[in-house]
Design a protein around this ligand. Structure first.
Ligand code: SF4
Ligand code: SF4
Length: 265
């Protein structure tokens, strides 16, 4: 086997990576392209078989690892995700849209037909579902990576872990832990600033409290969520029920909703 044949053989033997998009803004896929320093090493390790954000060259499945961005908002999405699942050995969802329905899940709290009538001149052309749901509501998911957008270090850890056949080291703890680690003074305790850090998944490095503002939950719920303890503190710090509801209903509206109902029937 000559050098070219050896290279072709190695390329064919490399695990295949596919990246798919459903209803989303593309921000999480861009995080993969933002891994500038690591991208060359990554593309030397995996065969990128489907990633329309980066290349129009598409290789058919099956794929070793599929990353899926975006939520299920149309009947076509619901069908497509089943085909993606069938083509992927491992399926990892990336971002608030794919793991929690995203900001578009605000439709879950409203009348989607009213939106359709208000926004479109010919609403009869629009095929949509009444809800925006995470991928895990439709098919089995091997790992969910939170964030809006996701964090590049966590993404690289997930990719490395799946390539090495181990569990990703992405702990389920809250933003509060990250504040303690970087020595940030708690904005709620020191200044009475409303903050969702105690119930929000870590991953951003606790950016907002480090700059003196409260967390508004863009990484979605942490592994343990105690909203019944947090909500009285938010009230103490000046938020009424409506403000609290608005704070919880942003990027991960649907993910916080079950806890929300528990606290305020
Ligand atoms: S999670 Fe946020 S950044 Fe990622 S695709 Fe959805 S809206 Fe965009
Ligand atoms: S809102 Fe919260 S989770 Fe999002 S970047 Fe700020 S501190 Fe991090």
């Amino acid at each position: 086997m000559d050098r070219t044949e050896r290279r072709d053989h190695a390329e064919r033997a490399a695990p295949t990576l596919a990246v798919f998009k459903l209803a989303s803004c593309d921000g999480c896929q861009l995080t993969l392209l933002d891994c500038e320093d690591e991208l060359l090493a990554l593309t030397g390790t995996v065969r990128v078989a489907h990633f329309l954000e980066a290349s129009s060259a598409v290789r058919p499945g099956p794929y070793d690892l599929a990353l899926v961005e975006g939520s299920i908002t149309t009947p076509a999405d619901a069908e497509r995700i089943r085909a993606i699942r069938a083509s992927a050995r491992h399926l990892v969802t990336i971002g608030a849209c794919a793991t929690a329905g995203g900001i578009q899940a605000l439709r879950d709290f409203a009348d989607v037909d009213e939106f359709r009538r208000t926004v479109y001149a010919r609403p009869d052309y629009i095929e949509t579902l009444a809800t925006s749901t995470p991928v895990s509501a439709h098919v089995d998911v091997d790992f969910e990576l939170r964030g809006c957008p996701i964090d590049r270090r966590q993404l690289l850890e997930v990719l490395t872990a799946f390539l090495a056949g181990r569990k990703p080291d992405v702990p389920n703890h809250s933003v509060c832990f990250a504040c303690k680690r970087r020595g940030t003074v708690c904005v709620t305790v020191a200044r009475g600033t409303p903050c969702l850090g105690p119930v929000t998944h870590a991953g951003c490095g606790a950016i907002c409290p480090a700059y003196g503002r409260g967390c508004y939950g863009c990484f979605g719920p942490a592994g343990t969520v105690n909203l019944s303890a947090l909500i009285p503190v938010l009230h103490r710090d000046g938020l009424d029920d409506r403000d609290t509801e608005r704070l919880l209903r942003t990027f991960n509206a649907a993910a916080f909703a079950p806890y929300d109902k528990e606290v305020r029937p």
